[in-house]
Design a protein around this ligand. Structure first.
Ligand code: BES
Ligand code: MN
Ligand code: ZN
Length: 479
């Protein structure tokens, strides 16, 4: 269960509180002793912005937002403070906290609540001592004059959807096989109210999805191709937005085996794109946004089985193009190509794909942003980048010049599935472009999808990156 975020009610006066304040705040009106006020004054003089008063049965936090030129960095700073506050609350076994919006800045109060709630996420399914390890914090109440019910509800939904995506990523492949992933998405559709159709191997073979089937050849488990559709009455878009997510539930590299331990350890995260897409649609449906969205998730594991596809193979893809496989570890583009070609039948207004596609993207910018590229118009790109700032999943657009196509030319087939030693993230994108005929953006989330260190409210391991970005983008499109 995600941490509950609600409107504050008066009776909770004995709970821990965060005073979202500034230096001019009249501290005495908040039930603080003179000694405590003196303490706050000294800390403020020392320019501290997060002051902690431990009253044993509860904690009082004074939080002074940083003066920042840009609003989005200030909001991010509040989420990060939420992370510190969450740790302190759990360390002191607090079950609730109230955010007192002294500044009358509802957006700031919501960002703080978001940071606390996302920080409170845990994945304890496989822990024997889970009951003991479970965080105490359960509710965050916000006392803010202009707090809108809708904003509160949307925050609760995005927190829930983001943590769901984290859990899907954190589940190992022994549990989360391709059929299981499809089943989980089906359940999400039942809960939130969107349609889910799962194509099984027979259907995928009938459709001749050669890319997905090639990657699946080394596996003992059949592939799935999951189609989600949320089409509310009164949708503001005439043609659907199609979201495509890479659903490689585990990537060994196939016959082009990845070296272990380092590069294979976290490869259960290779379906993070699928998780982002499915959970974003879950959030959009739950929030009943008036937007027509389709989701496509091609899923399989990638293994060096007896019958595995090999370097040197030529594969006929879903749209009939042929690919010379020179590295079976470049598997993501094989199944995404089929899904992108399949997306054409929706005559989409825009297609966005999310994929942990290349180590090159991760190497270029690390875990601090999302590499993107594509053929969407400038207006769409700038809206996406704006959402990237709003939710602090910042987008870095890579060049997408046609010359990069030279790097994936093949003598034998229509293209090969790897480029050379340079521009690996871009040649992967260029490969995908061959399968599109609509405005499209590709998001390579290999860097931020799964992290080994604790990064503020993003936590450790699966981050759920992409969910908040997509939700913000779609929400703004309905406004
Ligand atoms: N799933 C990997 C990319 C990846 C790397 C995701 C690190 C998350 C963290 C992808 O399938 C892959 O193996 N890409 C290869 C492509 C290469 C063979 C052209 C890579 O980046 O090395
Ligand atoms: Mn791979
Ligand atoms: Zn992969």
């Amino acid at each position: 269960m995600a941490t509950s975020i609600q409107k504050a009610v008066k009776s909770e006066s004995n709970a821990s509180i965060v005073l979202l304040a500034d230096k001019k705040t009249k501290w005495l009106s908040y039930n603080l002793s003179e000694k405590e006020v003196a303490y706050i004054q000294t800390k403020l003089k020392a320019d501290e912005r997060l002051i902690v008063i431990n009253q044993f049965d509860r904690i009082i936090f004074v939080l002074i937002p940083k003066d920042k030129k840009e609003r989005f960095t200030q909001l991010e700073d509040l989420r990060a403070s939420g992370n510190k506050i969450c740790s302190a609350l759990n360390a002191h076994k607090q079950t609730g906290v109230i955010i007192e919006d002294v500044l009358n800045d509802t957006e700031a109060a919501l960002a703080l609540a978001e940071g606390i709630a996302l920080s409170n996420y845990q994945f304890l399914k496989y822990r024997g001592e889970a009951a003991k390890e479970k965080n105490s914090l359960q509710t965050i109440a916000i006392n803010s004059k202009k707090l809108d019910k809708k904003d509160l509800e949307r925050l609760q939904i995005t927190v829930e959807a983001t943590t769901m995506a984290r859990t899907l990523v954190n589940e190992p492949q022994s549990y989360l096989t391709a059929p299981k992933l499809a089943e989980e998405i089906q359940k999400m559709g039942d809960t939130a109210g969107f349609h889910v159709e799962v194509l099984n191997k027979t259907k995928i073979e009938a459709l001749k999805m050669g890319g997905l089937l090639a990657v699946n050849k080394g596996s003992q488990t059949p592939p799935t191709f999951t189609i989600m559709e949320y089409k509310p009455r009164g949708a503001v878009n005439k043609k659907p937005l199609v979201l495509v997510g890479k659903g490689v539930v585990y990537d060994t590299g196939g016959l082009s085996l990845k070296p272990t331990p380092n590069s294979m350890d976290s490869m259960k995260c290779d379906m993070a794109g699928a998780a982002a897409v499915a959970c974003a649609i879950y959030a959009v449906a739950k929030a009943k946004l008036k937007y027509h969205v389709v989701g496509l998730v091609p899923a399989t594991d990638n293994r060096p089985g007896e019958n595995a596809y090999t370097p040197g193979d030529v594969i006929a893809m879903y749209d009939g193009k042929t690919v010379e496989v020179l590295n079976t570890d470049a598997e993501g583009r094989m199944l995404l190509a089929d899904a992108l070609a399949y997306a054409k039948k929706y005559k989409p207004e825009l297609v966005l794909d999310f994929a942990t596609l290349t180590g090159a993207a991760a190497a270029a910018i690390g875990q601090y942003g999302i590499v993107c590229m594509g053929t969407a118009d400038e207006k769409t790109k700038s809206k996406l980048k704006k959402s990237g700032h709003n939710v602090y999943e910042r987008l870095v657009e890579f060049p997408f010049w046609d010359e990069y196509k030279n790097l994936i030319k093949s003598d034998l087939a229509d293209m090969k599935n790897i480029g050379g030693p340079v521009a690996g993230a871009i040649t992967a994108g260029k490969f995908l472009e061959y399968y599109t005929d609509y405005p499209w953006m590709h998001f390579d989330i290999a860097g931020p999808a799964f992290i080994n260190n604790n990064d503020s409210y993003r936590g450790k391991n699966g981050t759920g990156v992409g969910v908040r970005l997509l939700f913000d983008f779609i929400l703004n499109a309905t406004k």
